[in-house]
Design a protein around this ligand. Structure first.
Ligand code: 5GP
Length: 185
């Protein structure tokens, strides 16, 4: 199990997309969320988009490995997703924020964690604004989370600085490849 974390706008999604194309034994567990769907997103692919009630029902039913409220929305890793992929012999990547990463590390101490670091807080602000997917208040909430996440970066097993997407995806690929080979024995 590989945890990939880091601030919103650090480029986790892009880097993960790239390494998925290169490492065929790898897959991402699709999380559940209560946030609205962005243009171009698909239910069941980017997230399982749930209503507040449905999310709460699944929390109560013990369906989540971890779940958090982040920038006003709920997000969680479904146990069923992780088990299905592990059962199929794949290495599973979780793309989750800091508190979720901590919870998973506690439950699964063998998980390897990677922090994707943005070049600077200024660059993060620029990327979040130019992405144009979030309202101003939401960007502020994400930046508040990001400041906390950046302070916790030393907790992670590996750090990848994403100032050049090609170099960063090569580095992430090397880390993930090494980890998944070691896990396969
Ligand atoms: P976004 O709304 O930009 O898709 O995601 C916001 C943040 O939530 C990102 O940092 C993302 O990695 C994180 N996230 C996505 N899914 C999960 C999850 O299942 N659990 C946790 N803890 N964080 C998640």
């Amino acid at each position: 199990m590989i945890i990939i974390s880091g601030p919103s706008g650090a480029g986790k999604g892009t880097l993960i997309e790239r390494i998925l194309q290169r490492l065929p034994h790898l897959c991402v567990a699709v999380s559940a969320t209560t946030r609205g769907m962005r243009p171009g997103e698909a239910d069941g692919e980017d997230y399982h988009f749930l209503s507040q009630d449905e999310f709460t029902r699944r929390v109560d039913a013990g369906e989540f490995l971890e779940h958090v409220t982040y920038a006003g929305n709920r997000y969680g890793t479904l146990r069923s997703e992780v088990e299905r992929q592990l059962g199929a012999g794949r290495s599973v990547v979780l793309e989750i924020e800091l508190r979720g990463a901590r919870a998973v590390r506690e439950r699964l101490p063998d998980a390897v964690s990677v922090f994707i670091e943005p070049p600077s807080l200024e660059e993060l602000v620029r990327r979040l604004r130019s992405r144009n997917t979030e309202a101003d208040a939401d960007i502020e909430a994400r930046l508040a989370e990001s400041r906390i996440e950046l302070q916790a970066m030393e907790e992670f097993d590996h750090k990848v600085l994403n100032d050049d997407v090609d170099a960063a995806s090569d580095e992430l690929e090397r880390i993930v490849d090494r980890v998944t080979r070691a896990a396969a024995g």
